[in-house]
Design a protein around this ligand. Sequence first.
Ligand code: SF4
Length: 414
Amino acid sequence: MSEEKVRKIKKIQASGHMRKIMADYFYELDAAAKAGSPKVAWCTSVGPAELLLSLGFVVHYPENHGAVLGSTRVANDYIPVANAIGYSPDICSYLTSDVGAFIKKETPLARAYEGIEGVPKPDVLVYNTNQCRDVQDWFGWYSRELNVPALGISTYRNIGEITEYHLQSIVQQIKDLIPPLEKISGNTFDIDKFREVLALSKDCTLLWKKVLEANTAIPAPMSFFDGTIHMGPAVVLRGSPQAVEYYKVLLKELEEKIASKDGAVEGEKFRLYWEGMPIWGKLRDLAEFFIDLKTAVIASTYCNSWIFEDFDPKDPFMTMARAYTEIFIVRDENFKEKYIEEMVNKYKIDGLLFHDARTCPANSNSRYGMPERLEKKLNIPTITIDGDLNDLRCYSEEQAKTNIEAFVEQLETR
Ligand code: SF4
């Protein structure tokens, strides 16, 4: 990559701090797995992490590993390995790339962190189907392969209003996880510890929300592409003081950028909303492409998915059930459209970009007429690009860029 290209994306100083806490996190996991203590839990990204942390587990998130495989552009080396054992190229490419890498006994973590040889072996696998069925199948594979228990929560999906009936069921399912988790961890559940972790998670969530809302400023200080990287601590370190501290540092820097009108895109002309998964292997490339178009992609459903405002340590089970059930991906079309409408108004969005991720129907909202309906209702142009989170064979760079350029030209004429 030329130096000129590298300079296009403005540096976020807090990145160094983030790299340090992420490295500490991976080393802590690695040490626990090697020593056999504390016990290691694998958890889905919007699974009951706070419960696991309160029971003393260190927590690995396979989706985070999937994103690392995507962003380091090695996912396509591994997807065919999982395909060969019967996991279709059409299912989640986090799943297929992660399973493929495991079979080949390889991980980018080993290249990034000296001394780490592989992902930490789990003592238990804990999922929540709030996002999709793939996570259950994904953990099911590891459960059979490693002879480790897979426990989970089955969440209602495509919900409009969330009712007491939904929540009571989720609360009971969370409580039912406790006895087996106590046995595996060797620790007794402590409600005060649970409240403490939930309080830290809430602090993290509220700060992460403020970080994202910094982009209501014009020009926006951070791009969606930056956001996908800086959400790392909110995903894997929520419930820890380190994540809270990190977002204070990042927020301060963004506030300084707002004060000096230092936008992520120099000469910001248009502001877009990204709906759907990132294309992990093309983050830098797309960030630079949009900078050249003086178009700032500044808000997204994806980065907002790790805001769990309802957490309340005074009522931990019910509020955790609510927080993990009210997320966008669980909801029906009416809710989603209303949500996007609010985002468009709040962030002064000029256009909506839908990413139709081939292997993630759960996070692809362009398939049932939503772009067309929103275009009409909000009088705002939309574009849908075909791609994928990890499988770059599904992404035609030339076609996507040509379409985006035409879309920005269309914005010029409005
Ligand atoms: S939501 Fe999509 S990307 Fe995430 S695990 Fe499910 S299928 Fe994979």
